[in-house]
Design a protein around this ligand. Structure first.
Ligand code: HEM
Length: 546
């Protein structure tokens, strides 16, 4: 697919013409030299056309991502890597499964720390000395340091240390199952506020933004973060809403609201961390527990302990603010869309309801309901719904940085210091990969992930795909460490809502209560930042069954 770079080809042709009498003598050694030293043929990816060089592409990228991506899709018909500028920053947008898989390999002149660096720089607020230490760590996250940094002692490998804590205590089954169990208990209990056996009209948006977020935060950080901070969940969503504006970088005096939102939210996480340190007994019975009431999930206290040992408590408030964002900004809207698609397809809704009949187990003596995680995890329709929701709704630009002097990709030279991005929005909609007969990639259709064995009526979930074609959670060493918990959280949310309620209808409303003339659609103003929330409120009529 990649086009030839014409600007590089013309001078080469001119050179050959001027050498014509000496062709045989000069050409052979020259070709041999080029073949042995491919880095000498410097060739950058083609640029995206800009009406105003250095300005218009960057402006559109920030102001109208949806349009920008449409232009990119067109440009990708000619080349797999397209260059553009966001201000002075060069960005290479990469497509094609091979290139994206390449991007996910670490230690080959491409660094995967950039997203964390942006967060560290803008949200964490470390002392300048600590920040310099953290930012100075170029060793990568893998066990083996990046080439050239093998001499750096283990205790100065900050990114690798946090990565290891995530691997041990977040991506590990024992721990994410404990958090998922907590999530089930809290969310199930919160849903009991709706009257049993009575039809009521509720805002589903509120259920997700309030009850789901409340339960998810409790599952990961314990109940105290909420009881210490009245209005915590609301403040979280305000912080989330203003984050893009905050990162746009206008000074506080010109645009104070995003700063206020961040300050308020950080004051809350700070109160919680300090309280957790005062209350938790590091030598007590919970020292090894998967979950404790002060820090919540073990990963939280292990991260906090490591952080305190390296930077004190400074910066933890900002760090946890960004972690709560990572936890909720995608799972909540993804679960919303799962439910929307289910309610809109009554047959599927009933089929999924049947699927859960065995996933929620009732204790015959007490009547208490618990979740049978293996049954839920294996449910084909639910898993296909979840996977198709991620394919269809995650609009994330995975970010990397060119860190090596001689970094090449797809035959192009990439400039050190430039950013590289890969867009799920482009990869997840590639017709040649995702299109099925009668079901183009642009359609939401869970059948993409289902298979029927001969003579069988019940489908099997088939989730095998190339990491370069499907990457809602990013990839390589930087791949989202919360993905297993996220998946369980979404499956549990759908399972609980669909089995606990009979849902009759769905109406789309404006936030002020007026009826909408259309279905809610993904709010494209924030394309590229994750799962987009519906741009309308969802009102349902439902009846609680148990
Ligand atoms: C549907 C839900 C989610 C999606 C789509 C998602 C997606 C992502 C993506 C794309 C990345 C960047 C990966 C890369 O650069 O290759 C990431 C990083 C991260 N995610 Fe998630 N995520 C989700 C849920 C969660 C949850 C529930 C948690 C926490 C419990 C979490 C914690 C994190 C953290 C801590 C990072 C940064 C890790 C690091 O760079 O060391 N995420 N996530």
């Amino acid at each position: 697919m990649a086009a030839h770079n014409e600007t590089a080809a013309i001078p080469a042709q001119g050179l050959l013409q001027s050498l014509s009498p000496w062709y045989p003598i000069v050409l052979l050694p020259l070709l041999t030299l080029l073949a042995l030293q491919p880095w000498r043929t410097s060739k950058e990816p083609p640029s995206l056309r800009a009406t105003i060089p250095y300005i218009s592409n960057g402006y559109q990228f920030l102001a109208d991502k949806a349009k920008f991506f449409k232009r990119l899709e067109k440009a990708f018909q000619k080349a797999n890597i397209i260059k553009f500028n966001i201000g002075p920053k060069i960005v290479y947008m990469v497509s094609g499964a091979n290139n994206i898989q390449n991007l996910f390999r670490s230690g080959h002149g491409i660094s995967d720390d950039i997203m964390l660096r942006v967060a560290a720089d803008s949200v964490w607020e470390l002392d300048p000395e600590d920040k310099a230490r953290l930012m100075g760590d170029k060793t990568g996250r893998s066990k083996v340091p990046n080439p050239g940094y093998e001499h750096v002692p283990a205790h100065e490998r900050y990114w690798a240390a946090t990565h290891e804590i995530y691997e041990k205590f977040l991506s590990n089954k024992e721990y994410y199952n404990a958090s998922a169990k907590k999530y089930f208990e809290v969310f199930s209990a919160r849903l009991e506020k709706f009257p049993l056996g009575e039809w009521t009209t509720v805002s589903l948006t509120n259920v997700f933004l309030d009850d789901m977020t409340h339960s998810a935060v409790t599952a990961l950080m314990g109940e105290r973060i909420l009881s210490l901070n009245p209005g915590f969940v609301e403040h979280y969503w305000t912080f989330e809403r203003y984050l893009v504006e905050y990162l746009a970088g206008l000074p506080r005096w010109l645009n104070p609201r995003p700063y206020r939102a961040l300050d308020n939210f950080k004051a809350m996480t700070s109160r919680w961390v300090e309280n957790a340190w005062e209350g938790f007994d590091w030598d007590g019975p919970d020292a090894e527990a998967a979950w404790d009431p002060h820090f919540g999930a073990r990963v939280m206290r292990e991260i906090s302990r490591w952080w305190k040992g390296n930077f004190g408590l400074k910066g933890q408030a900002g760090f946890y603010a960004s972690l709560i964002l990572a936890q909720n900004s995608n799972t909540v809207p993804a679960a919303m869309w799962c439910i929307v698609h289910l309610i809109e397809d009554r047959d599927l809704y009933r089929a999924v309801q049947d699927e859960f009949a065995t996933a929620i187990v009732v204790d015959p003596a007490t009547g208490e309901r618990t979740l049978d995680a293996p049954t839920l995890g294996a449910a084909p329709l639910l898993n296909a719904l979840y996977t198709e929701t991620l394919r269809y709704h995650v609009t994330f630009n995975v970010m990397r940085e060119v860190s090596g002097d001689d970094t090449r990709m797809d035959g192009y030279d990439l400039r050190k210091g430039a950013w590289i991005q890969a867009s799920t929005q482009i990869a997840h909609f590639e017709e040649s990969v995702w299109g099925r007969e009668g079901h183009p990639a642009s359609e939401f259709w869970i059948g993409r992930f289902l298979e029927y064995d001969e003579g069988e009526k019940v489908p099997r979930f088939n989730g095998s795909m190339r990491p370069g074609s499907f990457f809602p959670y990013g990839g390589g060493a930087a791949m989202c460490p919360g993905r297993q918990f996220a998946r369980l959280e979404i499956l549990i949310t759908v399972a609980l809502l669909v089995s606990k309620f009979d849902i009759e209808s769905l109406e789309w409303m404006f936030p002020d209560g007026r009826e909408s003339d259309r279905r809610g659609k993904p709010d494209e103003s924030v394309t590229g930042s994750g799962v987009l929330r519906p741009d309308r409120d969802m009102k349902v009529r439902w009846k609680r069954l148990w």
